[in-house]
Each structure stands twice: as C-alpha cells, then as structure tokens.
Design a protein around this ligand. Structure first.
Ligand code: NAI
Ligand SMILES: O=C(O)C1=NCCCC1
Length: 315
C-alpha cells in the first residue's frame, strides 16, 4: 500500500494542483457541519496548542484531528511569525502530516501553507453563503496579505460583486492586490466598509480595525485575523449589536479576543446553521469569527492525497 513506510512528500506546487476552491468550499462546509455534530460524525478535535516564542513574538501551533466519516487522521504544524512580513518568508508556514488511521503509519508530509490559505477562505465563503444576503454586491477587505487574496477569490465565486474595496495599513500592498482583481484601494477602513454588504477582516492587528458604527445594518462580517485571546479585530459595539457565529465554540471561548475581551455572546457555531439547527439571520448584521479548526485541514489534506493517488493510479 502506498506510503506505509515511505510517506509521500507533497510540495506546495503539487498540493495546489489538486485543490479547487469551489470543491474546497463544499468540503469545508461539510466539515464544519460535522464538527457541530461530533456524536454522529465521530470527529475528534481537541482545541489546538499554541507554543508562544516570546523572543521572536511568534507562535508554533499544533492542530490534530480525526474525521471518522472520512477516516482521515492528520495534524498540522503551523508557525506564525508576523516579523516575516515584508521578507521572502511568509508569515505563516505550515506542514500537514497525514496518517493511515488503521495502523498509524505516516502516509504523506504535505505543504500546509496553500491548504491554510485556501481552506480558511473556503470556511468564510461557506459561512457567508448562509449568513449574508444573497444579493450582496459590495465586498470590503481589511488587510492585503495571503488571506485577503484567497478571500476575494473564494467570495467572488459565490457573488457577482459590482465593487471590491481594499484597505490596508500599507498602501503599496493594498494597491498591488487591488490591481490583481480590479479592486478599489481606500484611504481608510471606514471608507472601505461604508455600505459594504460583506466585510472581511484579515489582519494581524491586536486591536479593533472595524468599528460597529461603520457597518451597514444587515451586512455580514468574516473576522479571520484575531486568533489569540489577547487580539481582536472588532469593536465591542459590533460584537454586541450583531449576531455572532463561530467555527468552534470551545475554541472561541479559549482563543478569541473578539469574544473574550469584548464579552461577546456566541449565538451559534456556523456548523449548527449548516445542519439547520440554528437560524441564519441573513437580513440582520451577522459576524462569523473564524479561528481556524484542525478538521478543515484534515479533510483538505485527505482530498488532496486521494486525488493525487488516483491521478497516479496508485492504491
Ligand atoms: N482564521 C483562520 O483560520 C486563519 C487566520 N489567519 C490569520 O489571518 C491573518 C492574516 O493572515 P495572512 O493573510 O496569511 O497574513 P499576511 O502576513 O499575508 O497579511 C497580513 C496583513 O495584515 C496587515 N497587518 C499586519 N499588522 C497589522 C496591524 N497591526 N494592523 C492592521 N493591519 C495589519 C498586513 O499589512 C497585511 O496586509 C493573521 O492574523 C493570521 O494569523 C491565518 C490563517 C488561518
Ligand atoms: O487555523 C489556522 O491554521 C491558523 N489559525 C490562526 C493563526 C494560525 C493559523
């Protein structure tokens, strides 16, 4: 059997070949539903561990998970190094180890950067599909890094935007990204989100970049960038006045500054909405707080591996 003693090594280039954003949105959507129904899906996913490396203001994250439905077992190792910004090294570096659940053998060592970038946008797109108005026309992106790009790509598959706006604290990166998509660069975050239907915050900021007063009633916000308890991207007024959804309640109560510092009330996991167990409130102001969950990586890695093996005519 492939990979029992000799795991496949899959580079970012190889992984990219087998990832399609449309397919990923469906796969990640299903995994978020399964996560909210652990009893029948058999998902095992402890809250991840982050090791802080204070000397370099960086983190090493360990994210293991198992999906019984997919019979997929994997762990992601992810380095978060904000100080790499502006260098040739990305701020997020990740590797995914995929195991054969029946015997514990390592099947593949995969680049995890492409999967992280794409599956996070796929999760936001899945949440947006349920929580934003179907006639959404204006997309605003706060931040202009990897996640900004993948979020524009994913959401543009679902909506026919008449305008995409970008604001980032570094105008040059916002301008370069805007050029790729024919988007408009804004002078302030407030200008970018005015009357926007869908807003994504995808920054490293530790303090709010989005104020509730700027957000149109009925808009949907994907808050993606604040993934540790001491950071937040959203003002208290926004999390107080909007209906707040998360990917994992357990994770959010431990890791989300937007929940913990703002003392925000979680209405539901987005998976509960996907399963039809909680309401979507498409016409009210909604916020999806995405922290990133291991199961998104597990199912994405399995998808890539299975497609690769099939393409090679391997067992
Ligand atoms: N929820 C999830 O599943 C995931 C979340 N993330 C988080 O998303 C955020 C963006 O990640 P990437 O796009 O990969 O990073 P990146 O390094 O490619 O881009 C970061 C962006 O944030 C901006 N930024 C940095 N510090 C800022 C500050 N203090 N205030 C305002 N803007 C600031 C930068 O100018 C840049 O536009 C990070 O916080 C990252 O940890 C990343 C992966 C998964
Ligand atoms: O889910 C992930 O992957 C990450 N989330 C928060 C920041 C590090 C990567």
């Amino acid at each position: 059997m492939a990979g029992i003693r000799n795991p496949l090594t899959m580079s970012a280039e190889t992984v990219s070949k087998y990832l399609d954003m449309r397919e990923l949105i469906d796969v990640v959507e299903r995994s978020l539903g399964d996560l909210s129904d652990k009893e029948s899906s058999g998902i095992e996913q402890p809250v991840r561990t982050f090791v802080p490396v204070k000397k370099y203001q960086s983190l090493l994250g360990v994210m293991p998970g198992y999906s019984a439905k997919d019979d997929a077992l994997a762990t992601k190792l992810v380095s978060v190094c904000p100080q790499n910004a502006g260098t040739d090294i990305p701020t997020h570096l990740a590797t995914i180890l995929l195991f054969e659940p029946s015997n514990g053998c390592l099947k593949a060592i995969m680049d995890g950067e492409v999967i992280t970038t794409m599956r996070t946008a796929a999760a936001s797109a899945a949440a947006t599909k349920y929580l934003a108005r179907d006639d959404s026309k204006i997309l605003a992106i706060i931040g202009a890094g990897h996640q900004a790009r993948s979020h524009i790509q994913a959401l543009s598959l679902l909506y026919d935007f008449t305008e995409v706006r970008i604001w980032s604290r570094t105008k040059a990166t916002a301008t370069a990204l805007a050029h790729e998509f024919g988007a408009r660069v804004c002078e302030s975050a407030e200008e970018a989100v005015k009357d926007a239907d869908i807003i994504c915050t995808v920054t490293f900021s530790a303090t709010p970049v989005l104020q509730g007063e700027w957000v149109k009633a009925g808009a949907h916000v994907n808050a993606v960038g604040a993934c540790i308890a001491s950071s937040r991207e959203l003002s208290e007024s926004l999390t107080r006045d909007a209906i707040v959804y998360v990917d994992s309640r357990e994770g959010a109560l431990k890791e989300s500054g937007d929940i913990i510092i703002n003392k925000a009330e979680i209405y539901a996991e987005v998976g509960e909405v996907i399963l039809g167990r909680k309401e979507a409130f498409k016409h009210k102001t909604t916020v999806f707080i995405s922290l990133g969950v291991a199961i998104e990586d597990v199912v994405s890695a399995k998808l890539v591996y299975d497609k690769y093996v099939a393409s090679q005519g391997m067992q």
